[in-house]
Design a protein around this ligand. Structure first.
Ligand code: ZN
Ligand code: ZN
Length: 336
């Protein structure tokens, strides 16, 4: 049984964290203890850092966990010590209004590992065994992309696009690159990715790319995915949507960011907006998407090789946050 202490990134309050020695958690009957190999960091962790969202403190953050089974509860079957796994951070209650109607994605008592339950920027973390999935082919670093991929799969479910579409994905972060591959694998005839090479903060350049797009694609695209997180680009993205097409808003935006779209354009052009805002996409609606994300990535059907550009130790967690906020990395993994 696990006894003793472990190192963890420990927040006492928003923006106030230290590397601390905390007790190694003990498994209940239906839980597994993962020894963390790697945990991805994303925009959600930036929001958690600020105390936004459904974050609760004190907290060990980290929701994109890759680890090895190191202890199992009495009731756990199907796993043995040493299994390399990823885990779905979402925990639903099973008894609220929505859960009882089979819509656990809208659970009123939703909890998330790394948001309001202890997460993976630590040496060990606990999950219910039903949330844990074995991986075989992905490297530890690559496997941090499974959780973002499950969010992208949820986006695809909501999009529900017909076959043969032409799509534009704006933004070439991990999510944009995974969504572009999903679109291709699911019947798009053409997928165009628009993004700056390198640093993605210069909105003007992004828009320059956009002007060319307009000229080269006078009828626009059946589906436009905004995956940069820039409200300005989200605002302009509607201009690339073909009449009768769909705009999917899929980014991490500042809380006070606003867009202005002409309702008459939406009406006349019959544009179907998928208001897939970050909050819903991020964890909550990924329930039931994880098995497909594991299958896509572990089989190599969706390629994530090379996407992890930076690796930090949990003792350098601030550096990892700074690097992410600088937008100079594609995907960052953090190791104990
Ligand atoms: Zn994430
Ligand atoms: Zn519920």
């Amino acid at each position: 049984m696990s006894a003793g202490t472990m190192n963890a990134v420990y927040y006492h309050a928003p923006r106030q964290f230290t590397l601390e020695q905390v007790p190694i958690p003990q498994v209940a009957d239906n839980e597994v203890l993962l020894k963390v190999l790697c945990c991805g960091i994303c925009g959600t962790d930036g929001h958690v850092h600020e105390g936004a969202f459904i974050a609760q403190f004190p907290l060990i953050p980290g929701h994109e966990v890759v680890g090895i089974v190191s202890d199992l509860g009495k009731g756990v079957t199907g796993f043995t010590r040493g299994d390399r796994c990823v885990a779905d951070p979402g925990v639903t209650c099973g008894h609220c209004f929505f859960c009882r109607r089979g819509k656990s994605v809208l659970c009123e008592n939703f909890k998330g590992r790394g948001v309001n339950l202890s997460g993976g920027f630590s040496e060990y973390v606990i999950f219910e065994s039903k949330n844990v999935y074995k991986i075989h082919n992905l490297t530890d670093e690559e496997a941090t992309l499974v959780e973002p991929a499950s969010c992208a799969i949820h986006g695809m479910d909501k999009l529900n696009a017909p076959v043969g579409i032409e799509a534009l994905v704006i933004g070439a972060g991990p999510t944009g690159l995974i969504l572009a591959q999903l679109l291709k694998l699911n019947g798009a005839t053409r997928v165009v990715i628009a993004a700056n090479k390198g640093i993605k903060t210069e909105v003007a350049k992004q828009l320059d790319a956009g002007h060319g797009l307009k000229k080269d694609n006078p009828y626009g695209f059946d589906v436009v995915v905004e995956a940069t997180g820039s409200a300005k680009i989200a605002n302009d993205a509607i201009d690339y949507v073909r009449r009768g097409g769909t705009l999917m808003i899929y980014g991490v935006y500042d809380h006070d960011a606003l867009v202005r779209w002409s309702p008459s354009k939406i009406f006349i052009d019959e544009i179907k907006d998928e208001y897939l805002i970050f909050f819903f996409l991020w964890l909550i609606l990924t329930t039931h998407c994880f098995p497909r994300a594991v299958a896509y990535l572990d089989s190599g059907k969706i390629r994530v090789k090379g996407m992890v550009t930076d690796v930090y130790k949990i003792s350098d967690y601030q550096k990892a946050l700074d690097k992410m906020n600088s937008r100079g990395a594609l995907k960052i993994a953090v190791k104990p």
